[in-house]
Design a protein around this ligand. Structure first.
Ligand code: A3P
Length: 319
């Protein structure tokens, strides 16, 4: 429903008419704002966020390109901040999905209202998430010391994940033609939140310029060395593990609680419905590194790699 043109206010319509516009492979209209493509309704929410959001110093914002490990990073952040909870019985992750606990600014809060009541949020510190690129996210943050954590993932795995996700939402089998279209749309860059290269680069550069406030994480590192990455996240969020916690296995407990098998087996994630009316279970699939090798031809992979090499050249970013 993010592509719906109903409910778009007059002043937003007028802005949209002055912006570059195009349609994605699904035939949905998009426009380009600050270098990023958005569905119209999504852009309206981004504009409302930029106009009305008032940061608190303690805010934490979890960010990503869709299908890069957002759900996982949200769960890890919640688990880190609630590690004093004894066992799973009263743990927030058992009563709501990671997406309910860490709501999206533009796809959830500002999608529902141009001025959402953020005092109703139960978490402290406040936890938010977004798929906006960094420069757009930062506009209302100004000099706020709030923390921004980005998770990036191998682009070829992202597009395979998106292919399965869209097929599940459409309640159809994942067909090859769908994969080919997604590759085409990634290469062209015209899709909600695209181009992915610019998205990743905005956070990569931001993390180099301001490492105290922007942390750049990788899905692949989280898989390979969860212990080190959970420690790193905790340090960044100013809640490092104590010696005692380390001795009693608190780091391992958090990484186990947030593993795909553990999260996807919680009742709330098996049966619940998300903010956008999709089953929570859709956010959990295989969770593997290099799944693209099972689906992409060499030609497809080369096409993506060539663009990536060109776009990331000189940035120091290797993917
Ligand atoms: P796959 O489709 O490759 O399995 P997002 O959360 O950004 O929507 O990304 C979804 C992807 O992250 C899916 O990838 C999903 O399976 C994977 N994922 C979700 N929870 C995870 C977890 N706890 N650990 C590892 N991967 C997870």
């Amino acid at each position: 429903n993010f592509g719906d043109e109903e409910d778009i206010r007059t002043e937003v319509r007028s802005l949209i008419s002055s912006l570059p516009s195009d349609t994605n492979i699904q035939g949905k209209k998009l426009c380009n704002y600050q270098g990023c493509w958005y569905y119209y309704k999504n852009l309206q929410a981004v504009l409302d966020y930029q106009k009305h959001f008032k940061p608190l110093d303690s805010d934490i914002i979890v960010t990503s390109y869709p299908k890069s490990g957002t759900t996982w990073l949200k769960a890890l952040t919640v688990a880190l901040l609630h590690r004093s909870e004894d066992g799973l019985q009263s743990h927030p992750l058992t009563s709501d999905s990671p997406h309910g606990l860490v709501p999206f600014l533009e796809m959830d809060l500002y999608h529902k209202s141009s001025t959402p009541d953020l005092t109703k949020l139960s978490s402290s510190p406040r936890l938010f998430s977004t798929h906006m690129p960094l420069h757009t996210l930062r506009e209302p943050l100004k000099d706020s010391p709030c923390k921004i954590v980005y998770v990036c993932r191998n682009v070829k795995d992202v597009l395979v994940s998106l292919w399965h996700f869209r097929s599940k939402i459409g309640k159809k089998e994942a067909e090859r033609s769908g994969l080919e279209s997604i590759i085409e749309s990634f290469c062209k860059g015209v899709d909600n939140y695209g181009p992915i290269w610019d998205h990743v680069l905005s956070y990569w550069k931001g993390s180099l310029e301001d490492p105290k406030h922007v942390l750049f994480m990788r899905y692949e590192d989280l898989k390979e060395e969860p212990y080190a990455q959970v420690m790193r996240l905790a340090e960044f969020l100013d809640c490092p593990f104590t010696e005692q916690e380390i001795r009693t296995g608190s780091v391992e407990k958090i990484s186990d609680l947030c593993s795909l098998s553990s999260l996807s087996n919680l009742d709330i994630n098996k049966t619940g419905i998300s903010w956008n009316n999709v089953d929570h279970s859709i956010f959990f699939r295989k969770g593997e590194v290099d799944d693209w090798k099972n689906h992409l031809t060499t030609e497809m992979a080369n096409k993506i790699d060539m663009i990536m090499d060109e776009k990331f050249q000189g940035s120091g970013l290797k993917m």
